[in-house]
Design a protein around this ligand. Structure first.
Ligand code: G4P
Length: 317
């Protein structure tokens, strides 16, 4: 899916993360969207912070399928130097679990002599500000949001000797897994002008038909589910998204479906499983390898053609 965007703050944030790693970093918290834990994980972050203990926080668990959240937690908890917890960013007691999990990941840190230095990262709109506000008990300024100032790191003291370094929400320049692009767009992480809402809605319908067909039928009062186009048209009809002459305005229908999904009105839905994500990642890596091999073959063929032409012209002379 083509996404037309400029991932704001990216270069400055990337540099801030590099600087933080150099200055000292004990735990990296990556805030993930529990509805799309694999797709909301930033591959750049993993590359920039390799070797550091990692806490995956699956936020917005109130909107996600509890059974799949348990699968994702088990998936991450099985990885070395990694812990995973699920949260609703607005709830204070569970948010404090994050402090406990960091202490477990870096038991030798803490106190004024050896303060715990924790970096918190996440894609835009994942709930990072909400979580930080819950943790500090007041509204903290959003990092990177001050007009005219590019402030890329903010230190927040959570407790004596426990520092949280906040970075602006960051996306990455190229999403190589097609499904991840759709899931990020459906979740609301990508600005609405950067993608085609109808295309994203059709993909969302395909996922819902596969995993949650009943929810789709119940929410929109559909007796049966046809192809994705038909379902979107039926949703438009049910919601009155019609143009003159009675035909359905598909773009409006798409918008309505996305809004209702994001608000959790279709119930608790997770768009991907760890196994699916693994298969997509592998397919994307295979496709990249194939593309690179084709480009290399074309380069060699071109080189051969040129040297053949050169040999022929020197033979003519
Ligand atoms: P960000 O800093 O990562 O960009 O995200 P932010 O905290 O601004 O949260 C983005 C939206 O997600 C907000 O909704 C926020 O209320 C919502 N949100 C955050 N955490 C959770 C959660 O655990 N569960 C649910 N259901 N929603 C969550 P908004 O409509 O954009 O703003 P608002 O009207 O709620 O302020």
């Amino acid at each position: 899916m083509p996404i037309h965007w400029f991932p704001g703050h990216m270069n400055a944030t990337r540099q801030a993360i590099k600087d933080r790693v150099k200055a000292g970093l004990d735990v990296v918290i990556e805030l993930l969207d529990a509805r799309l834990p694999g797709s909301s994980a930033n591959p750049l972050l993993a590359a920039l912070t390799t070797g550091r203990p990692s806490l995956k926080v699956l936020n917005k668990q109130d909107l996600a399928d509890p059974e799949l959240t348990a699968q994702w937690l088990a998936h991450y908890n099985a990885q070395p130097h990694t812990r995973a917890i699920a949260l609703d960013a607005g709830e204070k007691a569970p948010a404090r679990l994050l402090i406990k999990a960091c202490r477990e990941l870096a038991p030798s840190r803490g106190g004024m002599d050896k303060p715990m230095r924790v970096l918190i990262c996440g894609i835009p709109n994942v709930g990072k500000s909400t979580l930080i506000n819950t943790l500090v008990g007041r509204k903290a300024a959003k990092t990177g949001d001050e007009p005219g100032i590019t402030k890329t790191e903010q230190r927040i003291v959570l407790e004596d000797g426990f520092y949280l370094f906040d970075t602006p929400g960051m996306l990455w320049p190229r999403i190589s897994i097609e499904q991840s692009g759709y899931h990020l767009a459906a979740s609301g992480a990508i600005g609405r002008n950067a993608f085609d809402e109808e295309e994203v809605a059709l993909e969302l319908i395909a996922v819902l038909k596969r995993h949650y067909p009943q929810r789709l039928q119940e929410r929109f009062g559909l007796a049966e589910l046809g192809g994705e186009d038909e379902v979107l048209r039926a949703i438009g009809l049910k919601r009155g998204a019609k143009i003159k002459g009675g035909d359905v305005q598909m773009h409006k229908a798409a918008e309505l479906l996305l809004v209702e999904y994001r608000q959790g009105l279709l119930g608790r839905i997770t768009l991907e499983t760890p196994q699916e994500m693994q298969a997509w990642r592998q397919a994307a890596a295979d496709a990249e390898a194939r593309k690179a091999a084709e480009a290399e073959a074309a380069r060699l063929a071109d080189k051969e053609r040129r040297s053949g032409r050169r040999a022929a012209s020197s033979g003519d002379a």
